[in-house]
Design a protein around this ligand. Structure first.
Ligand SMILES: [Fe+2]
Ligand SMILES: [Fe+2]
Length: 315
């Protein structure tokens, strides 16, 4: 076999695995662009989990009861765990964790735009669980079937935990809606702020999403941005009705003919600005992450020194 035909064989194997919707594993040959697309996507996802700890972490010390504090603490810890599974999945593609963290801290790799908005009241903890984790679930459930094995398997566990997050958020909002008029107002005000950023979490519209088509062909992405956004709106509208809040979109209505809700257009200029680093909290989120990374240096050094001393079995 010549080198070229050996390569053809590897490519044929890759194409056949993708065509039958099976998994590509780390040991398999893969096109370089498939690998780099996955690294970018998984890293961005991991960074989102880690940066996403900040808006809610902001309220751990001010939770209204011990029960609420325990729930929020567990939720924020779950997000740290999600980041770790995802960094590990990315590492199977030949990048190091150090490299990915560096790309986050230097702003070369992005994280979800939604975490660049501030959390101004305790209702935001509920709204983030309900809407932001709810949107994450819509995005992530199809990723359980993504074509890259380690990513898909990480997503299965993450999705189970995201369902818990969504429910805890909804339960908190239900409790507040049964409370005082001020508490109900707090919920409505929070939903008003987070509704549009949640819709933007699905990314730009399909017509202006340059990488989507190729990611769909490779089975990395299974559902388009617009389809996922529609699924999220259809899922959320009845939940908002039960809760008794109004979603801040005058164009939102059921369309009998389509069998879906029609809804208004998110402000795509705002999304571009937030992605460019001009959102209300971009600078704060990165500064906080950099500081935490520096302050944790001694832990990493101690762990490395311990591993070197104890030998490889403890590494
Ligand atoms: Fe998460
Ligand atoms: Fe979550």
């Amino acid at each position: 076999m010549t080198t070229t035909s050996a390569q053809d064989g590897l490519r044929d194997h890759f194409d056949a695995v993708i065509a039958r919707h099976d998994r590509i594993e780390p040991r398999d040959w893969m096109p370089e662009a498939y690998r780099s697309t996955l690294v970018r996507q998984i890293a961005q996802h991991a960074h989102s989990e880690i940066i996403g700890m900040q808006p809610e972490g902001n309220w751990i010390g001010r939770a209204p009861s011990l029960r609420r504090k325990a729930i929020l603490l567990a939720k924020v810890q779950d997000e740290a765990g999600h980041g770790l599974y995802l960094y590990s999945a990315a590492e199977t593609l030949g990048v190091s964790r150090d490299e990915l963290v560096r790309h986050l801290l230097t702003g070369r790799q992005k994280y979800s735009s939604v975490f660049n908005y501030p959390t101004l009241s305790y209702a935001d903890v509920g709204t983030i669980g309900w809407l932001v984790d709810g949107a994450a679930i819509c995005n992530q459930v199809p990723l359980c079937r993504t074509s890259y094995g380690p990513y898909g398997r990480a997503m299965i566990r993450i999705c189970k935990e995201e369902s818990f997050h969504q429910r805890q958020g909804y339960e908190l909002l239900t409790t507040m809606m049964a409370g005082t008029p001020e508490q109900r107002e707090m919920v409505q005000e929070s939903v008003n702020r987070f509704w549009w950023p949640s819709l933007m979490m699905f990314g730009p519209p399909d017509v202006s999403s340059p990488n989507s088509e190729r990611s769909m062909a490779w089975g990395i992405k299974r559902t388009s941005n617009d389809e996922l956004r529609q699924r999220f709106v259809d899922m959320t509208v009845p939940q908002a009705a039960v809760l008794g809040v109004t979603l801040p979109d005058p164009e939102l209505r059921w369309n009998e003919g389509r069998g879906h809700h029609d809804f208004g257009e998110p402000d795509w200029d705002e999304l571009s600005a937030v992605i460019r680093g001009e959102g209300p909290c971009n600078a704060q989120r990165l500064a906080h992450r950099r500081r935490a990374h520096q302050e944790g240096a001694w832990v990493r050094e101690a762990a490395s020194a311990f591993a070197a001393h104890e030998g490889p079995e403890h590494d």
